[in-house]
Design a protein around this ligand. Structure first.
Ligand SMILES: O=C(CO)[C@H](O)[C@H](O)COP(=O)(O)O
Length: 232
């Protein structure tokens, strides 16, 4: 059911893809369906170029026949479609469950339009249940973690296959439990001021719209403040 909803949201988002677009490809299980659909569009004759937010999405895109370009080689990104881990009614989100938060944030920042796709379980009234992922340099990560702990949070080094998880940038992830009473926006700002913090998974409302699927179907919610009219 959850997978069907993820797929439904992704297929709806694919309707916003146009010929000649430079597409930002998100990361994760919901983005998977989008990448697969974009591959079908290429096979049907649509001319697309993609930049990927992770090596895994790049590999998928290549498998599905989408031409992938280095982000430093593109003049612009027209539309990025990506998943989220949690999103509140103001379109503020937590991302990075898949570890791609820094590339996802850079790609979203430079995109003319951003669509976030999800099943309805990702919608929350207040961010905080999903731990905040923070990408940190391996150098000095332990002292940094202790510093964060001294503020009353519980940073956990992400482990994969018994070893510290490495992002595509070669860094570690600290997943920060115990949400800030002041909220993730403030916590993220503080963390980003610490040496060694590369980026946090708190995303301000950079999306143009979100597409949410539940058992009743698919809803498109527009973020009026972000939308640039006439772009799509
Ligand atoms: O931020 C992400 C990866 O870094 C993903 O977009 C997020 O984790 C959602 O993943 P999924 O679609 O598998 O639930």
């Amino acid at each position: 059911m959850q997978q069907e909803q993820k797929q439904a949201a992704a297929l709806k988002a694919a309707e916003y893809i146009r010929d000649n677009m430079i597409l930002g490809l998100g990361t994760g299980s919901t983005a998977y369906y989008l990448i697969r659909r974009a591959g079908e569009l290429v096979k049907e004759g649509m001319r697309l170029k993609a930049v990927a937010t992770s090596r895994s999405s790049e590999k998928l895109a290549e498998e599905f026949g989408i031409p992938v370009t280095d982000i430093n080689e593109v003049p612009r990104i027209d539309l990025t479609i990506d998943g989220v881990d949690e999103i509140d009614p103001d379109f503020e989100a937590v991302k990075g469950g898949g570890g791609a938060l820094t590339r996802e944030k850079i790609t979203a920042y430079h995109s003319k339009q951003v669509i976030w796709i999800m099943d309805h379980r990702k919608q929350v009234l207040k961010l905080g249940a999903f731990p905040l992922p923070v990408e940190v340099l391996p150098f000095g990560w332990r002292l940094l973690s202790e510093k964060i702990q001294s503020l009353g949070y519980t940073p956990i080094l992400r482990i994969e296959n018994g070893q510290a998880y490495r992002t595509d940038n070669g860094n570690y992830i600290l997943d920060i439990h115990s949400p800030s009473p002041a909220g993730y926006r403030k916590l993220s700002g503080l963390l980003r001021s610490y040496p060694g913090v590369v980026e946090t998974g708190y995303f301000p409302a950079v999306c143009s719209r979100i597409i949410v699927a539940d058992s009743a179907g698919v809803r498109v919610l527009e973020n009026k403040k972000r939308i640039v009219s006439g772009d799509l």
